[in-house]
Ligand binder design. Structure first.
Ligand SMILES: C[S@@+](CC[C@H](N)C(=O)[O-])C[C@H]1O[C@@H](n2cnc3c(N)ncnc32)[C@H](O)[C@@H]1O
Length: 285
């Protein structure tokens, strides 16, 4: 899909896995701005800050740091004397991150890297975080192994992710809704449910003191005259044709779903929900 010249601006299968290969990487950067305002994301980041319990002089690594919004927010907690390192696969994301850090007057060490092969020494960081990135990595357990490798014994780790299996829209045709959700999951692969896998990813990596916070984000509707989709969500008109092209969804289902999804928004009776998870844990000391 990513190499198809006719693919839509957003590719459901490539997505944040290859931001820089997209037609419009900045659209993905902007979408992150919208999701940062979701109350669920705000709640999960607060849970994380409490559990990382950073203190002056400590080191923090943010893997898949994106726009480095959280890295900037947490940086003052490790000063004086600490350091915050951000790694991301996308130059477009890091360009935004550099501008943000400069505006905030925050000293971040930012660089391109792959979560599954970090160019960092073992047992380096007091704390490691990774938010909404494992869901874009074909082998999330390889990434978690890397996060644990660079964490010092006794260090703390925070993983935040979405479980796209939980996306549910209240529509009259529940079968069309289930078919669309199934097609989205098929296109994205098993990592799309990374949120629900976080606890066992931590157990499998030998982490201890595992704590979990599930948060459901409600979408109560949006004004179709103002925007094509709820904040932070890809418009169905961009997403669903790609699933048809992939041969995993039929046109009739797309038409039914789209009419009912947009119709619910127009009628002021749209409701959709999505569960996200925050997991905090420690590396045995
Ligand atoms: C949905 S964004 C989340 C960004 C940020 N953590 C946040 O929550 O605002 C996913 C990020 O993961 C990055 N990413 C995807 N695959 C990656 C990989 N293998 N290694 C490092 N970063 C990756 C993307 O470039 C993107 O910035």
């Amino acid at each position: 899909v990513a190499t198809d010249p006719n693919r839509p601006a957003y590719s459901a299968t490539a997505g944040y896995e290859r931001v820089d290969d997209q037609d419009d990487p900045d659209a993905l950067v902007e979408l992150m701005d919208e999701t940062a305002g979701w109350p669920a994301v705000i709640a999960l980041r607060a849970f994380e800050a409490e559990h990382l319990a950073l203190s002056p002089g400590q080191s923090l690594l943010d893997v898949g740091c994106g726009r480095a919004e959280v890295a900037c927010a947490l940086a003052p907690s490790v000063q004086p004397g600490g350091r915050v390192v951000g790694v991301d696969a996308s130059e477009a994301m890091l360009a935004d991150a550099r501008r943000r850090a400069e505006r905030a007057g925050t000293d971040l060490e930012l660089g391109v890297g792959d979560a599954t092969a970090l160019d960092l020494p073992d047992a380096t960081f007091d704390a490691v975080r990774c938010e909404r990135t494992l869901q874009w990595i074909p082998d999330p357990s390889a990434a978690v192994a890397e996060l644990v490798r660079v964490l010092r014994p006794g260090g703390r780790i925070s993983l935040i992710d979405t479980d796209w299996r939980t996306l549910a829209v209240d529509l009259p045709d529940a079968t069309a809704e289930l078919d669309v959700m199934r097609a989205i999951l098929d296109a994205r692969g098993p990592q799309a449910s990374a949120g629900g896998q976080l606890v066992n990813l931590c157990r499998d990596a030998g982490l201890v003191d595992i704590e979990v916070l599930p948060v459901v984000h409600p979408f109560l509707g949006w004004d179709l005259d103002e925007r094509p989709a709820p904040p932070g969500i890809i418009p169905v008109e961009e997403l669903l044709p790609e699933l048809v092209d992939l041969g995993i969804l039929d046109e009739t289902t797309v038409t039914t779903f789209t009419e009912q999804y947009l119709g619910a928004a127009r009628a002021g009776r749209f409701f959709m929900s999505l569960t996200m998870f925050g997991v905090a844990a420690a590396k045995p000391g």
